[in-house]
Design a protein around this ligand. Sequence first.
Ligand code: C2E
Ligand code: CA
Ligand code: CA
Ligand code: CA
Length: 280
Amino acid sequence: AKRRGRSQCQAFSQEMAQRVARHHELEQALETAIDRNQFWLAYQPQYDVATGKVVALEALLRWQHPVWGSVGPDQFIPIAESSGLIVPIGAWVMRRACEEIGQVRAVLGEPELRIAINVSPHQLIHEDFLASLNDTLRECEADPRLIELEITETSLMDSVEDVLPILTQLRERGVSIAIDDFGTGFSSLSYLIRFPVQRLKIDRVFINEIEQADSQATVVSAIIAMAHKLGLEVLAEGVETERQHHWLQRQKCDQAQGFLLGRPMSCADLIDSLQIQRNL
Ligand code: C2E
Ligand code: CA
Ligand code: CA
Ligand code: CA
C-alpha cells in the first residue's frame, strides 16, 4: 500500500508539473498573440423577444494559434487574468469591437445596434481603464450609450468597493452595465440593485432546465418579474429550443441569445446572415 501511495503521489506531481508547464507555455504565447494577429472577435446576436429584432451583438474573443489551432476563451482568459495580460488584451477587444460594430451598423443601416463587451474585474479596476475606454470611444467616434459592458455576478461580489466607483463613472458616461451569468453567484437581487446596472443576463444553466424542472421555471419567472419591478431588463442566455423561446415570450423576458437564434460568427458572416434574415 505504501508503494502504491508513493507512485500515485509521483503521478500526481507529474500531472502538476505538466499543468504548470502548459500554463507557462500558454502565457508566453498569449504575450505575443496581439502582435501576431492571432485574435479575432466572434459576434453573437441578442434578440428582442417581443419583436424578434436584433438589438445587440456580444463580442466573444477567439484565439487562433498557428500550432494549437483554436484555443477556447475558457482556457486562456483565466491565464490572461492571472498574468495581467487581460489589460492589453481587453483594450484590444474594446477597440476592435467598436471598429467592427461601426461597420455592421453602416452596412445594415441600424444606427442603434448595441455592442456588448465582456470585461474582467482585473481589467475594470485597472487605473487606466476609463482613460483607455475614452480614447477608444473618441478614436472610433463611438456613442457610449450604445456600449454595454458585461460583468459577471461573481466578479462584482468579489470586489465591490473597487468596482462600484468605476461602474458609477461608466454610468455617468452613458455606458450600460449587464450582470453576466446571473443566478450562479447566489447573490440577492436586493443586493445587486445597489449597483448601477441595467440588465441581468440569466445564466444558461437555468434556461436549460426550464423545460425539465418546474422549480427552475418558477425561479426564472420570479427573477424576471422581480427584475422588471426594479426597473431592470432581463436577457436569457443559451436559448437552444423553440419551447424555451416561447416560454420566455410568455414570461415577458426582454431579450434572448443562444444557438437557436444565432451562433457566434465572424463580422463578415454575421453581416451576411443578418442581411439574409432581413430579406426573408
Ligand atoms: P459568456 O460571457 O457567458 O459567453 C457566453 C458563452 O456561451 C460563449 O462561449 C458562447 O459561445 C456560449 N453560448 C452562446 N449561446 C449558447 C447556447 O445556446 N448554448 C451553449 N451551450 N452555449 C452558448 P465562449 O465564446 O466560449 O466564451 C466563454 C466565456 O469566455 C464567456 O462566457 C466569457 O466569460 C469569456 N470571454 C469571451 N470573450 C471574452 C472577452 O473578450 N473578455 C473577457 N474578459 N472574457 C471573455
Ligand atoms: Ca458575456
Ligand atoms: Ca454569460
Ligand atoms: Ca460564462
